[in-house]
Write a protein that binds this ligand. Structure first.
Ligand code: 8OZ
Length: 400
């Protein structure tokens, strides 16, 4: 082989190996640390918020502490746990036996949960929830109608539990919120964020997804208001902006996240042009110095390629809108992720991946992801309500 050719090949090999090293350096994996605002996370594996209806009287309890602690060690479980959706007020309740965070008693009830998670070296944020119209009169103060941006009933169901037996029940007809009531609800979010910190949480996530109150304001089909909170995109996003401003002022942006679901049809959420709407939301979020933005892709818990309106949603453009507005928070994605899909999302710019049902059935999900399974199968019959069965009794690898 002439010397020149040998030299050329050597250079080529050297270049290839430099490229490989560079790729290895920039390739993200699920098992490495991630700084999300003020949250120092040991891994990129997040436990998604999961409603489990095991908090009678809206109070957290010892069984819940055990459930979260089982999933809290980042070496085997989650780098970050997001709690089940937690009501900011009695009016914000829409399901039987879901927890709250509006009273001193509720704050106290959550403290053993956060302590148990921290004892495992874990991190936990609380998801703050107002269901709006996705409720039932039997769950509301004085059995009144639930509240919503407009008096439009959702084609949706809620979970009611009687004598320990869960059943799905159509949601009740809501009444439209008076303009004068809105500041009170924003104040409830602010207080809930403060309470979450008092309860020992590392931060909060505002639930702005899945057709609940914030999402009801965002979408044209559930918001027919003719005042400053309805009509234009600017107006429909006003409530979200006020809520996010309040919570970030109260506890600092670096301890706050937000969950959105731009195209989900969950709970009758519907809007003909989600792209413009959510890019506007993302641009607003940019300067808030958030810990993270959590996006559900497609239809919550179902098809990832679901779309609303005529065109498929451009998630890359959503991220660009956020970053161009100065957003530096971690970019968290969710919906139907497995190990391969997670790897590819991380290498296309995601920072954190939230796993839902997989965490119900696999307390040691990180261990299983690391060795590529096997995975326990989640049992739907025990998702909502009940006790230990289907909650704290899924086996870990070491004891299975
Ligand atoms: C399932 C059952 C009840 C509530 C959500 C909070 O979809 C929920 C929820 C999910 O975000």
């Amino acid at each position: 082989m002439p010397n020149e050719t040998a030299a050329a090949i050597e250079i080529q090999i050297a270049n290839q190996s430099a490229e490989k090293n560079r790729m290895l350096c920039v390739m993200k994996n699920l098992f490495e640390p991630c700084q999300a605002g003020q949250l120092q996370l040991a891994t990129r594996i997040v436990m998604a918020p999961l409603t489990r209806n095991r908090a009678p009287h809206a109070l957290a309890n010892a069984l819940m502490a055990e459930y979260y602690a089982q999933r809290a060690n980042p070496a085997t479980g989650a780098g970050l746990i997001i709690t089940e959706a937690t009501a900011i007020s009695h009016q914000g309740q829409g399901y039987s036996d879901v927890p709250g965070i509006w009273s001193a008693e509720q704050v106290k009830a959550w403290q053993p949960v956060t302590a148990a998670v921290h004892a495992q070296g874990g991190k936990i944020v609380m998801q703050l929830w107002h269901v709006g119209r996705i409720s039932h009169t039997s769950l509301q103060p004085n059995n009144q109608a639930p509240v919503a941006p407009s008096a439009i009933v959702a084609k949706s169901k809620t979970v009611l539990i009687e004598n320990g037996v869960p059943r799905f029940e159509p949601t009740s007809m809501p009444r439209a919120l008076e303009l004068t009531e809105i500041p009170g609800i924003v104040a409830d979010y602010r207080q809930a964020a403060k309470n979450a910190i008092l309860a020992g949480f590392d931060g909060i996530e505002v639930h702005a997804a899945n057709g609940y109150l914030v999402d009801q304001f965002l979408r044209a089909d559930s918001n027919h208001r003719q005042d400053a909170y309805g009509g234009s995109i600017e107006n429909r996003t006003r409530f979200l902006k006020e809520v996010m401003t309040a919570v970030t002022q109260e506890i600092g942006g670096g301890r706050c996240g937000i969950r959105i679901s731009p195209v989900t049809p969950a709970n009758d959420a519907s809007d003909a042009s989600p792209q413009k709407l959510f890019e506007h939301v993302a641009a607003f979020l940019g300067p808030l110095n958030l810990a993270y933005v959590h996006t559900i892709e497609g239809s919550t818990g179902a098809a990832r390629d679901y779309q609303q309106g005529e065109t498929s949603f451009d998630y890359a453009a959503l991220k660009t809108a956020y970053q161009q507005a100065g957003g530096q928070g971690a970019w968290m994605l969710n919906n139907g992720y497995d190990s391969e899909l997670a790897k590819s999302a991380l290498n296309q710019g995601a920072d954190l991946i939230a796993f839902g049902k997989a965490f119900i059935a696999n307390p040691d999900l990180a261990s299983r992801l690391r060795q590529n399974g096997p995975y326990n199968t989640p049992e739907r019959a025990t998702f909502y309500g009940g006790g230990e069965k289907g909650y704290t009794d899924y086996p870990s690898l070491s004891i299975s």
